[in-house]
Design a binder for this molecule. Structure first.
Ligand code: NAP
Length: 172
């Protein structure tokens, strides 16, 4: 049975790449690509494929998330969704050698962690419907080496202005 997939932040970068690859797969049913600004998501709008639906969603706003869920519910009906790919994310670098910009630092947590949890919760019923249809549904959280606790500092080349700590594994 065709799989319905939601990709958050599907208008650029990794998300747009995922959307394009998913649409090459004929086992994929609908691809629901979210973006904060459909009208300026030019690359997404250029894709001609009836399986693609562009959905406005700002993951920082519960109201926006809920209206995205409503739009997607209408698009997929009782089939629900099979995959929720939490791809939307931000990277506001924090320089430990300079005064901390609290607002920017917190944005990393708000978008990458809190918003991801809020989005996942909001899509729960659609995921349940997908699981009822095909036995299981999945949430895929796109992370980054930069978010790794065990690999912190060791495997990523130091950046300018970044404190350089050497991971124990890399000392030898
Ligand atoms: N690029 C890499 O090398 C790399 C490596 C490892 C992991 N990743 C991970 O891959 C994911 C995508 O990265 P990327 O490099 O493709 O980033 P990107 O090009 O900056 O795209 C980020 C996407 O997230 C969306 N977004 C940001 N804040 C949002 C919000 N509040 N609500 C809804 N959407 C929001 C953006 O929408 P707008 O266009 O509206 O801003 C955009 O679509 C991230 O989770 C990142 O951690 C990337």
């Amino acid at each position: 049975m065709d799989k319905n997939v939601v990709v958050t932040g599907g208008n650029q970068g990794v998300g747009l790449g995922l959307v394009k690859e998913l649409l090459k797969n004929d086992q994929v049913g609908k691809v629901l690509a979210t973006t904060r600004s459909p009208s300026t998501s030019h690359e997404l709008l250029l894709i001609i494929d009836s399986r693609l639906e562009v959905v406005e969603m700002d993951a920082d706003s519960d109201e926006s998330i809920n209206s995205a869920v409503q739009q997607i519910s209408k698009a997929v009906g009782s089939y629900g969704i099979d995959f929720l790919i939490n791809n939307a994310g931000v990277l506001h670098p924090v320089d430990i050698n300079a005064p901390i910009n609290r607002k920017e630092a917190m944005k990393n947590f708000e978008v990458n962690c809190v918003a991801t949890m809020a989005v996942t919760y909001a899509f729960k019923e659609l995921l349940k419907a997908g699981a009822k249809k095909s036995g299981h549904s999945q949430v895929v959280n796109i992370s980054s080496l930069l978010g790794s606790i065990s690999r912190t500092w060791g495997s990523v080349p130091p950046r300018q202005g970044r404190a350089e700590y050497v991971h124990e594994d890399d000392r030898n």
